[in-house]
Design a protein around this ligand. Structure first.
Ligand SMILES: Cc1cc2nc3c(=O)[nH]c(=O)nc-3n(C[C@H](O)[C@H](O)[C@H](O)COP(=O)(O)OP(=O)(O)OC[C@H]3O[C@@H](n4cnc5c(N)ncnc54)[C@H](O)[C@@H]3O)c2cc1C
Length: 390
């Protein structure tokens, strides 16, 4: 028997979960989330999930402010679930970034972000033993931090279910039902679901889903690796989340005394097939990342590697998500192309998309600059440092 829903969301990552919850909160309670595997089994589950606010365009700053508020009040909204660690974020920049840094800091402050510049000496106090060679400006955000991505998705989806939404894990969408330029449902192996609204939040598989409606999306999939190390006994614990433009690394505390690290931009994309890519990190990546980490924090010399993995970035031509109505197909909406920095934006993006669907416009943040057809109109988003760095 065909089920009828208010909306079907394809994808159980942070974006799909947020869209589902906010749709239910806005009254579209009879909605269904389809996840082909387990919740957060795509990019979200592999994410470093760092939540910083240093962006260089207004829409991203407004979105990340809304997401930060979401994480700060998460436990109240989601039945006591504690998923956010507001440890503060430090941004180590190279001297050549001074001009862009100053512009960004001025804009961030004017939009109400709590951030200020600190000296390399202050940064050394935050991270005892910090090697300050090559450091230019350093930014500090006291309210930023990192989240637990899997527990975030679980709690959001559980709350959506309590409002009436249905969650179907291990249930791939296998096709879209499109008639006369309008989507009217989704096909699954367990039967069709009839719905006037369908959200494509399929992460690295978004282009496959869009293809069922005859759409082609300008997305590139790239492999992205992370490593977790155990510092040697006696090393001072890392207390902040850090993005390090100077050595192209990012690192943050993980669990009990461990450190999670990865390599940032600029770097080459590593094209990957989402159904068939190497999930283990490369030995060369692990060695290079640990070496760069120890160069900046020499007290980590001799750290043991605990674990490592590879996940996927889904990258748009301007490194910002595509959010809004799908061009030419009524009822189909896109929230795709996380571009390596959209765990933190996911909660706000899902909320804005839900507002567009339920109310005709996104009142929380005007996401028009992220509209999916911006590349056809030659109106890409601009950012200062390149890649996923803002
Ligand atoms: C190693 C790594 C580190 C990162 N670090 C950060 C960070 O520090 N901060 C940050 O903000 N961002 C970071 N990111 C990026 C961030 O994780 C992603 O932008 C974000 O998680 C994307 O979420 P999503 O919901 O769009 O996609 P996903 O999490 O990939 O969710 C899509 C889901 O759709 C499902 N799906 C696909 N096709 C179908 C189908 N046919 N039927 C049903 N379900 C389907 C998939 O199984 C998947 O679970 C990182 C990413 C990686 C890989």
């Amino acid at each position: 028997m065909t089920k009828t829903a208010d909306a079907v969301i394809i994808g159980g990552g942070i974006v799909g979960a947020s869209a589902l919850y906010h749709l239910a909160a806005l009254g579209l309670r009879n909605s269904v989330l389809l996840e082909k595997d387990g919740l957060a089994s795509g990019s979200t589950g592999d994410s470093a999930a760092m939540v910083r606010q240093h962006y260089s365009n207004e829409v991203s700053i407004r979105l990340v402010k809304e997401s930060l508020r979401f994480f700060q009040t998460f436990a109240d909204e989601f039945d006591g679930a504690e998923v956010f660690n507001p440890l503060g974020w430090i941004f180590l920049c190279e001297p050549e970034a001074r001009e862009a840094f100053d512009q960004n800091m001025a804009q961030l402050k004017s939009l109400g972000v709590r951030t200020w510049e600190i000296s390399p000496e202050d940064a050394s106090e935050e991270m005892p033993g910090l090697n300050t060679d090559g450091l230019g400006p350093v930014a500090f955000e006291p309210e930023s931090g990192y989240a637990d991505p899997r527990r975030s998705v679980d709690a959001i989806v559980r709350k959506a279910a309590s409002l009436g939404a249905e969650i179907r894990t291990h249930t791939p969408a296998t096709g879209l039902i499109v008639e006369g330029g309008r989507v009217s449902g989704v096909r699954t192996a367990r039967g069709d679901i009839s719905a006037p609204v369908v959200v494509n939040a399929a992460g690295p598989w978004a282009e496959v889903v869009a293809g069922w409606a005859g759409l082609s999306l300008p997305l590139e999939i790239s492999r992205e690796q992370d490593v977790v190390v155990r510092p040697p006994a006696g090393a001072p614990p890392l207390r902040r989340v850090v993005s390090n433009m100077v050595d192209r690394t990012y690192f943050r505390p993980e669990g009990e005394g461990l450190i999670l690290a990865g390599v940032g931009h600029p770097k080459e994309n590593e094209p990957a097939d989402p159904d068939e890519y190497r999930r283990e990190a490369d030995d060369g990546f692990v060695e290079d990342t640990v070496r760069l980490l120890e160069h900046r924090l020499p007290r980590l010399a001799g750290a043991d590697v605990v674990s490592s993995w590879a996940g996927l970035y889904t990258i748009t031509p301007d490194w910002n998500m595509m959010v809004g109505a799908a061009p030419g197909i009524d009822g189909l909406y896109l929230a795709v192309g996380g571009s390596g920095h959209s765990f933190k934006l996911g909660p706000a993006i899902g909320k804005c998309l839900a507002e567009i669907i339920a109310e005709g416009r996104a009142a929380t943040v005007d996401v028009t600059p992220l509209r999916p057809d911006r590349f056809d109109d030659d109106a890409p988003m601009r950012s200062t440092y390149g890649g996923n760095r803002a």
